[in-house]
Design a protein around this ligand. Structure first.
Ligand SMILES: Cc1cc2nc3c(=O)[nH]c(=O)nc-3n(C[C@H](O)[C@H](O)[C@H](O)COP(=O)(O)OP(=O)(O)OC[C@H]3O[C@@H](n4cnc5c(N)ncnc54)[C@H](O)[C@@H]3O)c2cc1C
Length: 420
C-alpha cells in the first residue's frame, strides 16, 4: 500500500535565506497588514544582520556581531514572524509547493521567496590550504581576519574591486601595510572606468596602499609552519604576506533553485520576470540571486547591492499581495573606503561611450561622473555630491538625450533640475 506523505507543516509565506531581502519582505508583509503565517529560514548562525560592516566597522573591531543585527530579538515575535536560523532548505519541489529543511521537516507553502544571496568566488591555486588566507562574506570571516590581523604586518588583498579597496583601507587604519594585487590597471576600474579607477588609486596610494596592477595571483608560498609568507604573481614577483584576503567576486547561490529545475539566467542568477517571479508558480526571487527583466534598463539585470536586496524584498511582499506594476527601482550602491572617502553609484552601466565629470575629479573631494551611452545617461557616480544622484535617476528614467546638456552637467554652478 502506498501512503501519501503528509507535510509536517504548512505556511502561507516561506522565505528562504535570512539575509536583507527576506528580512525586508517579511517586515513589509506585516507593514502591509498581511495576517497569514510567515516562516523565514536561514542557514547562518546569526539572525538577519547588516553585511556591509563585515569589510568595515566589524573588520576593524569597532562593532560586534550583536552590534550589526538588523533588529532586536523581540522584533520577530512582535510581528508574528517565525525565524529559523542554522537551518537550510535542502530541496524545493515547485509542483508540490513544498520544501525539505535540514531538520528533515517538510514544509508546504502558499508562496515562497528565494533570497539565497551569493557565495565568494574561490581561487584554487597552489598553496590555498595555507593558514592566513581568507575570503570575506560573513561576520565569522570578518572576525577571523581581524584576529589574524593582530599578528600580521603585511596584508595582501587579491582583487581590485570594492572588497579589496575597503579591506585595504580597514587594514591600513589598523596599522597594517597593504598591497592590492589585481589584473586590471586601476582599482574599481572594471565597474566604473578608467578615470574613477585612477582617482581610487590616488586615494589608496595617498594612504600608502601599494597597488600591483596588471598582474595576477599565481600561487601562495608558505613557511615551514604551514602559514602563508608570500603571494607569488604571474609575473614572478613575490609579495610578502602574513595575511591574505581574496576579493575575487561572488557567484549567486542557486543550488536549491537549480536542483528544483528553475530557469537560470546568463549571469547565473535565478531568472525572473519584471515582477521578480521565477519560472516556478508562486515562487519569487530577490537580492543577489535575482536576475530580472529590468523595465528601466531594457535588459536582464542582476546586481549585488545592499539597498537593492532591501528594495526587492519589499517589492516582493507587495507583489505577493497582488501589486501588478513591474519592479522599477534604479539600483543604488555605495562603498566606504575606510574613513577616507565614500563613493555612491546609480546604474549599472553595461557600456558607455563617454563620461562627463562635474566638479574636479583631480581634487577628489566632491565630484560626480556621468556615464553616457548613445546620448543617454546610463549611470552616475558621486563622491561628496549625493544630491546629484537624484537628478541622474530622473534622467535615466526619462531616457532623454543629454547631448545638449553636457556643458550644464560639467558646470557645478548650473542648476541640474533644469537639465532634461
Ligand atoms: C563584505 C561585504 C561588504 C559589502 N558591502 C556593501 C556595501 O558597502 N554596499 C552595498 O551596496 N553592498 C555591499 N555588499 C553587498 C550586500 O551585502 C549584498 O548585496 C546583500 O547582502 C545581498 O542580500 P541578499 O539578501 O540577497 O543575500 P545575502 O545577504 O547573501 O543573504 C542570503 C542568506 O541566505 C542564506 N542561504 C543560502 N542558501 C540557503 C538555503 N538553501 N537555506 C537557508 N539559507 C540559505 C545564506 O547563508 C545567507 O545568509 C557587501 C557584501 C559583502 C560580502
Amino acid at each position: 500500500m502506498v501512503t501519501a506523505r503528509v507535510a509536517d507543516r504548512e505556511v502561507d509565506v516561506l522565505l528562504v535565506g535570512a539575509g536583507p531581502a527576506s528580512d525586508a519582505c517579511a517586515t513589509e508583509l506585516r507593514e502591509r497588514g498581511f495576517e497569514g503565517s510567515i516562516l523565514l529560514v536561514g542557514r547562518e548562525l546569526d539572525p538577519p544582520y547588516d553585511r556591509p560592516p563585515c569589510s568595515k566597522e566589524l573588520l576593524r573591531g569597532e562593532t560586534s556581531r550583536e552590534g550589526i543585527r538588523l533588529h532586536p530579538e523581540e522584533h520577530w515575535e512582535q510581528r508574528g514572524i517565525e525565524l529559523l536560523t542554522r537551518t537550510s532548505v535542502t530541496k524545493l519541489d515547485p509542483a508540490a509547493r513544498s520544501v525539505q529543511l535540514s531538520s528533515k521537516q517538510e514544509v508546504v507553502y502558499g508562496q515562497a521567496l528565494l533570497a539565497t544571496g551569493a557565495m565568494v568566488r574561490r581561487l584554487n591555486v597552489e598553496g590555498s590550504e595555507l593558514e592566513g588566507i581568507h575570503y570575506l562574506r560573513a561576520p565569522a570571516n570578518a572576525e577571523a581576519i581581524h584576529k589574524d590581523a593582530a599578528e600580521a604586518q603585511r596584508v595582501v588583498l587579491v582583487g581590485g574591486s570594492y572588497i579589496g579597496c575597503e579591506v585595504a583601507a580597514s587594514m591600513t587604519m589598523l596599522g597594517k601595510r597593504c598591497t592590492i594585487l589585481m589584473q586590471e590597471g586601476h582599482p574599481l576600474e572594471r565597474g566604473f572606468g578608467l578615470r574613477v579607477g585612477a582617482w581610487a588609486r590616488g586615494v589608496l596610494e595617498a594612504h600608502e596602499v601599494e597597488i600591483v596592477a596588471e598582474d595576477e595571483l599565481d600561487f601562495y608560498r608558505g613557511d615551514e609552519d604551514g602559514h602563508v609568507e608570500a603571494v607569488v604573481c604571474g609575473s614572478g614577483r613575490a609579495l610578502e604576506a602574513d595575511l591574505v584576503v581574496i576579493g575575487a567576486g561572488a557567484v549567486p547561490d542557486v543550488m536549491v533553485a537549480r536542483a528544483a529545475g528553475l530557469s537560470l539566467g546568463a549571469s547565473g542568477g535565478i531568472e525572473c520576470d519584471s515582477r521578480l517571479r521565477t519560472s516556478a508558480d508562486s515562487v519569487w526571487a530577490a537580492g543577489d540571486v535575482c536576475e530580472y527583466d529590468s523595465a528601466v534598463h531594457g535588459r536582464r539585470l542582476r546586481v549585488e547591492h545592499w539597498e537593492v536586496a532591501l528594495a526587492q524584498g519589499r517589492y516582493v511582499a507587495a507583489s505577493m499581495l497582488g501589486k501588478a506594476e513591474s519592479y522599477s527601482e534604479i539600483p543604488y550602491f555605495w562603498s566606504d573606503i575606510g574613513d577616507w572617502t565614500t563613493l555612491e553609484y546609480v546604474g549599472p552601466a553595461q557600456t558607455w561611450d563617454r563620461v562627463v565629470v562635474r566638479g574636479s575629479i583631480e581634487d577628489g573631494e566632491a565630484f560626480s561622473v556621468w556615464y553616457v551611452d548613445q546620448d543617454r545617461l546610463v549611470a552616475a557616480l558621486a563622491v561628496g555630491r549625493s544630491e546629484d544622484l537624484d537628478h541622474a535617476r530622473r534622467l535615466m528614467r526619462s531616457r532623454v538625450s543629454v547631448v545638449e546638456h553636457e556643458t550644464a552637467l560639467c558646470d557645478v554652478a548650473s542648476d541640474l533640475s533644469a537639465v532634461g
